[in-house]
Structures are given as C-alpha cells and as structure tokens.
Design a protein around this ligand. Structure first.
Ligand code: HDD
Length: 719
C-alpha cells in the first residue's frame, strides 16, 4: 500500500481489513479438512461396519476433534471479559506544538482504531454488570506503528506501585479455597487487602460510585490514568493525561438494577455495543488532553507520578483535540476481541512514559502475559495485532511464525544484507527516549509525595450530588455487609472517617456498628521489615479545591434520547393510534421502541389493526429498558392490570427512577401499580412538565424530555 494513502480522509478501518485480515468465508465452497481435502461425509465417523468400533485410521475425525480439544487459550489474568469494535480516530486540533507523533499533527486525518472494553475481576463468561472498573483499551494503527492507550473508565488506580498488583488481583479474584464469588468485590479477601492499603481509598470512592455500573460501554468516560509525556520535534517535553469523553454523556444504572440485569441478560453491555453499531448508531468519544509544562511538575498538592491522583479539570482544563467513532463490529470474536494484545509499551515517537511506578511495572507485564496467553513471541503477527506500518527486523522463528523472512542475514550489523534493515535517525522517525535527567540512589522506597491518601477521596466524595453520595453509602453497606470478618469492617469504616465523617457514620449505621473512636493506622501493617512505622503514615493534606464539577455524573449530557431502549406495554384492545404516535415520536428522536405484550405474535388493537409484539413479558424485563410507556385502550389496560409481570414492570421502572408515561386508559392501569399510586396519589404530576418523571398526558414531547433526564433520583429514599 502506498504510504501517502494511509492518512487521507477516507482511510478508515478498511485499510486494516486489507492489511491485517486473513479471512475465510465458506459461502459457496466445499467443506474441506485443514489441509484442503474435500470432505464427503461429515456426519459419520469411519467404522468397522455400521455397528462396529471407530477406526484409528479416521484422520478426518482425529483432525476435527484434535482442533476442537485445543480451541481454548488461557483467558486474560485480569480483564478477561471484554467486548470490542473497530473504528477511527479523527484529529481536530493539531498537537504539533507538544508532540511529533504523526497521527496528532494534521486536523482531519483519520487513524484506524480497535477498542476493547472489559471488566477486571470476572472470568470470560462473567456478567457485564459486575460492580467493577471497566478497561478502555485503544489500539491506534498509526503510520509510525501501533500506539496502545490501555486505560480504564476511572482516572485513578487502587495502588501506587506495580509490585502490589498481583496482591490486589489475588485479593479481588474469587477466593482460592472455594473459588467464590465470581466477578464481585464484596468478599473478605478484597476488603481485607483494601483495609491495609489506605492508598486505595480514592479509587474505592470511584469503585463504590455508579461509575462502576455503567448504563452502556458507550456511556463511559475513558482515562489513560498515568501521567505520560509528549515530546515535540525540538525534544521539548510536557506532561499529559489522556481523556475520552462520551458524546452521549456518562450514565449508569443502579445497583439493584445491575444485579437483576446480570440474571436477565448477562451480555447486556456486549449486546448494547453490538446492536448500536449494527444499527448505525456509532458510539463516539471526544479525545482530550490535560497538558502540564515540565516546569510545573511540582506545583500541585499531589505528585503527578502518583496514579491514585487525578488532575482536577479546574486546575488544568481538558482540551478536546479529536473524536473517536466506532463503526464496525468484529467479524470473529476470538480472532479479534480475544486475540488482541494491548501493551502500554506500544508507543510511537512523540509519546513517552513518565516515572509513575505503576506504569513502569506495566511495561514489563503486558508482553510477558501475552507469551502465556497467546502461546509464544509471534503474537504481533496475529492479524488484529499487526501494525499497518511495515515491520523489518532480525527477530526470527518461534512458535507459529507466519512471516517467511527471505535472505541470508538475520543480524545487525551486517554487510551480507547491505546493512539492512538499518537504524532510523530521529528525523527519519527513529524512536528516541526522552532525555530525562536522572541523578539518584538505588532504593526500594516510595516518595513522601505519595503519602497523601485521602484528600482526593474527599474531593471526589464532596463533588458528588446527594443521590450519588447516597449510592456510595449503599454500595459500601452492601460490600461490607457481605463480609464475614467483623474486624475488616471496623478497619474500613475507620478509614472512611478520614474521607468524610458523615460518610463513615452512615455506612456504620447501615452495618449496625459504631464508628471506631481511634481507628487503627493501617499502613503500619504493610511497611518493609526494617521500616520505621512513623515514616509510613499517610500524610494529612487538605485539598484547596473543595469540589470538582467534572467528577459528578449529575453534570453530564442530558439533551437527547439517542439509542435509549423504550418498552411499550400492550395487550389486545390497545389503541393503535396512541401506540403509533408515541412509537414514531420516540424513534424520530433516535430511541428504540419495543412492543411488549402478554404473548409473542400479533396483538389485536381496538381498531382491528394488528400490532406485532417484539417481546413477551417472559423474555422482556424492565431492567433492560430506559423507560416505559402504556398507550390508551381500555381492554388493553384491563389485561395489563391482570398481568403481574406488567405491574412488576412498572414498579421496577419506578423503583429504578426511570421515566414512565401513559395515555388515557393506560394511566388508569398505572394507578393499579405501587408506582402509579405513589406518583399519582401524591398528585405531583404536572401535565406538561413532570418532576417525578411519571407522565399521564400521552405527550411524546414531555416523555422524550423526561427520558433525556436519564433518571429521576428524587424518587429514591435519602439516608
Ligand atoms: Fe493492566 C490487562 C488497564 C495496571 C497487568 N490492563 C489490562 C487491560 C486493561 C488494563 C484495560 C485489558 C487489555 C485488553 O483489553 O486486552 N492495567 C490497566 C490500568 C492500570 C493497569 C488502567 C493502571 C493504571 N496492569 C496494571 C498493572 C499490571 C497490569 C500494575 C502489572 C504489573 N493488565 C496487566 C496484564 C494484562 C492487563 C496482566 C492482562 C491481560 C493483558 O495484560 O493483556 O498484563
């Protein structure tokens, strides 16, 4: 492929497809063995007579079964459960002032990407709706090689040093003696570890917030987490943090809903991503950077190298420089989503690492893990991992080598191969590490500047709206309520006092315990053998910033209902006009409306027209929808009223604070539900503008405005 074609406007992921794919399509083809022999009978093994034993000679059977026996590869140690998509990143603002990375130079240029979202703790088949951090990994196939931004949907991490990563992961994974629980942090080993790691407290606030139970992978933020470096043509460097901001806003479900979704559709996020892309609703994120000049490295109350800290947007604004669009689902889950190999060490000239000790450790781990997961050192040759930039070096052989290297020389320097492949000067794109000055002793130690473990946990908590705070309290009550060891609860509540005394008191109340008067100093338990405890106490820093708007989801985008799933409950006798008017209005606004009825097939409407049900009450559930509408039609309303699943549907939608609308007799049916009684009985339904989110005037306009609000948290009981 001509190099100059790669970066034209329309160079999208089609290029990746051409270069990296090795596709196989059976359409119109004969069935063959792996060696190309046409198969005549794939229904019967070769036997000594029709009722006789199978013959060892049956090479067809042996090949098929052998391949099947080896179909599984080790799942990822963490982030095993994932879903991915192809797309492109389009640059809007040049970053040439700060970086020489080619894909960040010219506005309008598109770089193909492959993005994998994941949960962390669960196995490959675990539920999408676990309370967990989500991985957000982006592989940019740039002209200068692959650049991987391997981030999460939370901007900080649990630990400060990579040496603690195996401990963290062992603690959160199912307990080793009985392998329970799956994909859940609500168990003793996780909280035991956390109770001894005060540095995790900021991340714990995020993990206990609704960020850990996203409504959709398309509605989560992404963060590079670490501070990285950008380096420009003049070898000048700045620090940078990377941000992905979803165009649809950041939205979550509630915990009760998450648990129910796990039972009703454990592929909820995977399905949502897949269907959005299939229906042409391409997920989009704005890409932003926070830039910090090198001279400002020490001007903050926290250390830029500490991955348990974020840079509040009030201190350094996020500059949006481009947009990522996901527009193509993988063709094959295993070949692409499972075999993709990300690595924070896959960088391009113009981007470099900082000394964040968590990042430094990651730079070892990712290649190492691919060796056991993908079976050998040639995983870069798997189609999804291949760069679009040409690869030339003297690495040779190894398991499953695909490349046929030609020529006599496989070493450098050489004369036999005319010195090829040769090294590139920096001006030719050769990677040169940033020339950072280092003057240090070799020590196993942590900088004192990393010892403030609570100020940003407090900042996060204080930045939350009342309902978000309430959810954090309830999440902590849930998680700690599941513990069997009382002492762990006591230590955690003790640590919460350092974040916010009211938070600690509320959690303690829910657990039926007292807030400990003089909480244990947990860091004493995790210092080096020769360490002096007083050197390891968390230092007390009070953040000058009291609140940060960007940290609360209450301030997110709430101006549209695109891709929202709306249930319309009907039965025989439904008023077809009332149904169709709402359905059309919702769909015109970009939502997906589904008709739910007591049975599948056709429903007879009042005017005799038939309406096709998309789902029955058996297969549908309120938790799988964003809002619910009940059209007019007396007979239909009566039938729904006699249907416990329909009543439950409304009650759950109400409990989960979703918009509910009804028209005519539909409103009477609402009255028969607990939800309707609560909302309508209190008479707080203003026909044009409802603050409760329960609307009975059948107006599509008010319903659409209500759905866009995402949820009506006012309905929740505040503690
Ligand atoms: Fe990691 C996978 C993100 C710390 C070791 N990590 C993995 C994935 C994501 C992250 C998104 C899944 C990639 C995919 O979709 O295939 N990890 C992070 C973030 C971290 C972090 C944001 C902290 C800021 N990770 C971290 C540390 C270590 C690892 C400190 C080890 C020292 N991570 C791994 C790994 C994985 C991995 C074991 C498992 C599968 C893989 O790499 O390919 O190497």
């Amino acid at each position: 492929m001509a190099k100059d074609n790669l970066y034209t406007k329309d160079s999208g992921n089609a290029k990746i497809q051409d270069l990296a794919k090795n596709t196989e399509q059976g359409d119109g083809q004969f069935l063959t063995t792996n060696h190309g022999l046409r198969i005549n009978d794939d229904q019967n093994s070769l036997k000594a007579g029709e009722r006789g034993a199978t013959l060892l000679e049956d090479f067809q059977l042996r090949e098929k079964i052998t391949h099947f026996d080896h179909e599984r590869i080790p799942e990822r140690i963490v982030h095993a459960r994932g879903s991915a998509a192809h797309g492109y990143f389009e640059l809007h603002e040049s970053l040439s002032k700060y970086t020489k990375a080619k894909f960040l130079q010219t506005p309008g240029v598109r770089t193909p990407v492959f993005v994998r979202f994941s949960t962390v703790a669960g196995s490959r088949g675990s539920t999408d709706l676990a309370r967990d951090v989500r991985g957000f990994s982006v592989k940019f196939y740039t002209e200068e090689g692959n650049y991987d931004l391997v981030g999460n949907n939370m901007p900080v991490f649990f630990i400060q040093d990579a040496v603690k990563f195996p401990d963290l992961v062992h603690a959160v994974k199912p307990e080793p003696h009985h392998e329970m629980p799956q994909a859940g942090s609500a168990h003793d080993t996780f909280w035991d570890f956390i109770s001894l790691m005060p540095e995790s407290m900021h991340m714990i606030m995020w993990a206990m917030s609704d960020r850990a139970i996203p409504r959709s992978l398309r509605m989560m933020e992404g963060f590079g987490v670490h501070t990285f470096r950008l380096v420009n043509e003049n070898n000048e460097s700045v620090f940078v943090k990377f941000h992905w901001k979803p165009v649809l806003g950041v939205h979550s479900v509630v915990w009760d809903e998450a648990q129910k979704i796990s039972g009703k559709d454990s592929d909820f996020h995977r399905r949502d991503l897949w269907e959005a892309i299939e229906s042409g609703n391409f997920p989009e994120w704005n890409f932003g950077v926070q830039i910090v000049a090198e001279k400002d490295e020490h001007k903050f109350e926290f250390d830029l190298l500490d991955p348990t800290k974020l840079i509040p947007e009030e201190l350094v604004p996020v500059q949006i420089i481009g947009k990522m669009t996901l527009n193509r689902n993988p063709d094959n889950f295993f070949a692409e989503t499972e075999q993709v190999a990300f690595h924070p060490g896959h960088i391009v000239s113009g981007i470099d690492f900082s000394n964040d000790p968590l990042l430094q450790g990651r730079l070892f781990s990712y290649t190492d893990t691919q060796l056991s997961r993908l079976g050998g050192p040639n995983f870069h040759e798997i189609p999804i991992n291949r760069p679009i930039a040409p690869v030339h070096n003297n690495q040779r052989d190894g398991h499953m080598r695909q490349t046929i290297n030609e020529g006599q020389s496989s070493y450098h320097p050489n004369t036999i191969g005319n010195g090829c492949p040769f090294q590139a000067k920096a001006s030719e794109g050769g990677f040169v590490s940033y020339n950072e000055r280092i003057d240090a002793r070799k020590v196993r130690a942590r900088s004192q500047s990393f010892f403030d473990h609570f100020s940003q946990a407090t900042l996060f908590y204080n930045s939350q709206s009342a309902f978000e705070k309430n959810h954090i309290v309830n999440a902590l009550r849930f998680e700690l309520g599941k513990l069997e060891t009382e002492a762990i609860r006591v230590r955690i509540v003790g640590m919460l006092t350092q974040i916010d005394p009211t938070l600690a008191a509320k959690v303690a109340k829910g657990l039926g315990m007292e807030v400990p008067k003089s909480p244990e100093k947990p860091m004493n338990l995790s210092i080096p053998a020769d360490g002096d405890p007083k050197d390891f106490q968390p230092t007390s820093v009070v953040s000058s910033l009291k609140q940060s708007k960007a940290l609360s989801m209450a301030n997110t985008v709430k101006d549209n209902i695109k891709t929202r799933q709306i249930a319309i409950l009907v039965a025989d006798g439904v008023d077809e006009a009332s149904l169709t008017a709402m359905k059309q209005a919702l769909e015109a606004a970009g939502a997906k409306a589904k008709i739910i009825a007591p049975h599948l097939g056709q429903i007879n409407s009042a005017n005799g027209k038939q309406v096709k049900a998309d789902q029955s009450f058996l297969t549908a559930a309120s938790v799988l929808f964003d809002a619910v509408y009940v059209p007019d039609g007396q007979q239909s309303a009566n039938a729904l009223q006699a249907e416990p699943d329909a009543i439950n549907f409304i009650n759950e939608a109400f409990k989960h604070c979703k918009a509910i609308a009804a028209d005519g007799a539909g409103a009477k049916f609402l009255n028969a539900t607990d939800a309707g009684m609560k909302a309508l009985g209190k008479n707080d339904v203003d026909k044009s503008k409802s603050t409760s989110g329960v609307l009975v005037d059948g107006s599509p306009k008010s319903f659409i405005a209500a759905i866009a609000q995402h949820r009506f948290w006012e309905r929740e009981k505040q503690d």
